[in-house]
Design a protein around this ligand. Structure first.
Ligand SMILES: [Zn+2]
Length: 318
């Protein structure tokens, strides 16, 4: 190595260290009052975003705590009751270790961070006057990975819906898939979730799925147990596997993968969802209207019940 190469190498190392130092940590990002919007690439004040349910002016949807979705966007008069996770459920019966850390310890950290028993928040109450059970996936809970515990919590929600013969069972999806790190039993939920949806349908309970960004793997399969599925406009990463993996298993490489692969427009175009909802503020209106049509109930009052005031400040938005 001559002196020019040495100088160049030293310059590159210095530049790398400088950029490494300047890159904010995850903690710094969480503490910051500002956040960069991936949609419009502009910095946004978190306080302003929270007033609009974490939706940017460009309609990019940041993650939102399912508790806020339940209280402010879904259940009538902010009234709903929690359906608990069965206490006998063990999230880690096989005592798994991930990268030197016990999975059970990671799971307990997620519980502490979110205040939830599992990655799912499940509640019942009235939605547009309809008796309903709602399931909200909390992505802050380890990417809402679906383990054995989430499966049992989900089934507890289904059991409540069957026992009380509610009108509507709605799921708001956002999950990285089945948690094989938790234990392999989580994979069995791919069949039990489908069977649960079938049982709900046999009782004439309408199943509705709302898709937000980041629904992959086995959870993406769960989505198709619903009677109708709507994707929030501009959502991405709604797919079983990523673009590169999907591309590699194609029998023919004559056509390129579409640019919007896994996005809401791709899902609608390919028939994988029934339509696109402009924003999460509109989901209640869509769900209530369709369910009332299916159950042959008067729909006139649905619109009035689903109006949302976007100027309402939310202090605890994530
Ligand atoms: Zn934006």
């Amino acid at each position: 190595m001559n002196w020019i190469q040495k100088k160049l190498q030293s310059f590159v190392e210095k530049a790398k260290n400088t950029f490494k130092r300047q890159r904010p940590s995850k903690d710094d990002q969480e503490k910051s009052l500002w956040i960069n919007c991936p949609g419009c690439k502009n910095m946004q004040l978190k306080e302003n975003l929270s007033k609009n349910f974490n939706i940017c002016k460009c309609n990019f949807h940041f993650d939102l705590d399912p508790k806020i979705k339940f209280e402010k966007l879904l259940f009538d008069n902010e009234e709903w009751e929690y359906i608990p996770c069965p206490s006998w459920s063990d999230p880690d019966p096989l005592n798994f270790t991930v990268n030197g850390k016990k999975f059970i310890d990671k799971y307990k950290n997620y519980q502490k961070k979110t205040g939830q028993e599992s990655a799912l928040l499940i509640g019942h109450g009235k939605i547009g006057g309809l008796n309903a059970v709602a399931v909200g996936y909390n992505f802050s809970f380890g990417g809402a990975a679906f383990s054995q515990r989430e499966n049992e919590h989900f089934l507890a929600g289904v059991q409540f819906a069957l026992d009380n013969k509610v009108d509507l069972f709605v799921s708001i999806y956002q999950s990285g898939g089945k948690s094989v790190f938790g234990n392999l039993n989580s994979l069995k939920s791919m069949s039990t979730v489908q069977m649960a949806h079938t049982m709900l349908k046999k009782k004439n309970i309408v199943n509705c799925g709302i898709l937000e960004s980041k629904i992959t793997g086995g959870t993406f399969v769960d989505v198709f147990g619903n009677d109708f599925i709507f994707s929030i406009k501009g959502s991405t990463d709604q797919l079983f596997s990523g673009k590169r993996v999907s591309e590699s298993v194609r029998s023919s490489d004559s056509a390129q993968m579409p640019e919007d692969f896994g996005g809401s427009s791709f899902l609608e175009r390919s028939g994988m969802c029934d339509g696109i909802i402009e924003s999460r503020l509109k989901m209640k209106e869509k769900i209530v209207t369709l369910t009332k049509v299916l159950l042959k109930k008067p729909v006139a009052q649905a619109k009035n019940e689903s109006n949302v005031s976007v100027s309402q400040p939310i202090s605890s938005a994530s």
